[in-house]
Design a protein around this ligand. Structure first.
Ligand SMILES: Cc1cn([C@H]2C[C@H](O)[C@@H](COP(=O)(O)OP(=O)(O)O[C@H]3O[C@H](CO)[C@@H](O)[C@H](O)[C@H]3O)O2)c(=O)[nH]c1=O
Length: 326
């Protein structure tokens, strides 16, 4: 099978490439991405000696570059590319909306042109917007995003569904909760807290740190995507959750404990406008269709992740400087 990963040099793309090569060594992985912040050559250097790995430089808004990648022959596309950081979406919504929405349309058009067998569009739990504790967040839950990032993701979902309905394309949409693990750019909470703690730098805690999230280890996310590539039902939307709820404050406390750093590093800063709680997603549909379930407990995942960053300071030292935006 020939799988095209747009955004293949980013956090999820890098981990997914590793996973796919491990589980399916005969597959070809085409990584279509630019080298830029969060999507770096050092992330993928380890794949370069693999004859089944192909890198194509480009962004998804660029049709000519896409044409080059699709022209290599593609069975499945996983559209991971796009801008993902919510704080950044509040600062520069225009570039994020253009990258996510127009980029997705171009990936879908190219997939149609080249008769790709299956397109998996990576969306986010952010599309549900604020959720009350105890709500059953299944795929049929109402979509009510509150920030430009979430709105852009809803737009990509609707465009993807329209290509399925109108052109009969085999598309699948995934909505995952908060990912964490190795190779995550230190602009997201967990790697930012870990790297600041390792440097004994102040750790910004938004508001009272009580915002709830569901945490999904990247290894579990990759096995879910593998299951969907092979057994997902065309036209479906799948939640991918870790079933591990914790507040920001809980995460910070666990990281500090793992790294033996004091709470005095924590500095309270104003919360992000429109921030809200997210609770674990129901992923029964994915389990029913593919048998997938998450395996990671949060404490174990945090410990492993903190140790990975501790042992890979060369990897994150440079990019910390360029990605810190608050
Ligand atoms: C970076 C940072 C974040 N926070 C808080 C803000 C949020 O309440 C919480 C998690 O923030 P983030 O790591 O930015 O993640 P969040 O806003 O939940 O969004 C993530 O999760 C979404 C899926 O649920 C993804 O689609 C997004 O791409 C991803 O960025 O931690 C802090 O308190 N301090 C920080 O320095």
């Amino acid at each position: 099978m020939r799988i095209l990963l747009t955004g293949g040099s980013g956090f999820i793309g890098t981990n997914l490439t590793s996973h796919l090569f491990q589980k399916h060594p005969d597959y070809t992985i085409i990584n279509f991405s630019p080298y830029r912040t969060g999507s770096r050559a050092t992330n993928v250097a380890r794949f370069e000696t693999n004859p089944n790995y192909i890198y194509v430089d480009g962004i998804i808004e660029n049709e000519q570059a896409l044409e080059q990648a699709f022209g290599l022959g593609v069975d499945v596309v996983v559209n991971l590319a796009g801008q993902t950081h919510i704080d950044r979406s509040l600062q520069t919504p225009g570039s994020l909306i253009c990258a996510n929405v127009i980029g997705t349309q171009k990936v879908l058009d190219m997939s149609r042109k080249y008769s790709v067998n299956r397109v998996i569009q990576i969306s986010s739990a952010e599309v549900y917007g604020p959720v009350h504790k105890g709500s059953e967040v299944a795929e049929t839950f109402r979509l009510a995003p509150v920030n430009p990032y979430g709105a852009s993701k809803v737009a990509t979902e609707l465009i993807t569904q329209s290509y399925h309905q109108t052109f009969g394309m085999n598309t699948i949409i995934t909505r995952s909760s908060n990912n964490y693990g190795p190779y995550q750019t230190p602009e997201k909470l967990m790697p930012l807290v870990i790297t600041n703690a390792l440097l004994n730098n102040p750790i910004p805690l938004y508001g009272d740190g009580g915002q709830m999230r569901d945490w999904l280890h990247i290894t579990d996310h990759c096995s879910a995507l593998d299951a969907i590539i092979h057994n997902g039902v065309p036209g479906s939307v799948y939640n991918i959750g870790g079933n591990q709820a914790a507040t920001t404050k809980d995460i910070v406390q666990s990281v500090l404990q793992c790294l033996d750093r004091p709470w005095s590093l924590v500095q309270s800063v104003p919360d992000r406008p429109g921030n809200f709680d997210r609770y674990p997603l129901s992923f029964d549909k994915l389990t029913t269709d593919t048998g997938w379930k998450p395996t990671y407990l949060l404490e174990e995942g945090i410990r492993e992740t903190a140790l990975w960053y501790q042992s890979n300071a060369d990897w994150w030292a440079e990019q910390r400087e360029v990605t810190t935006i608050r």
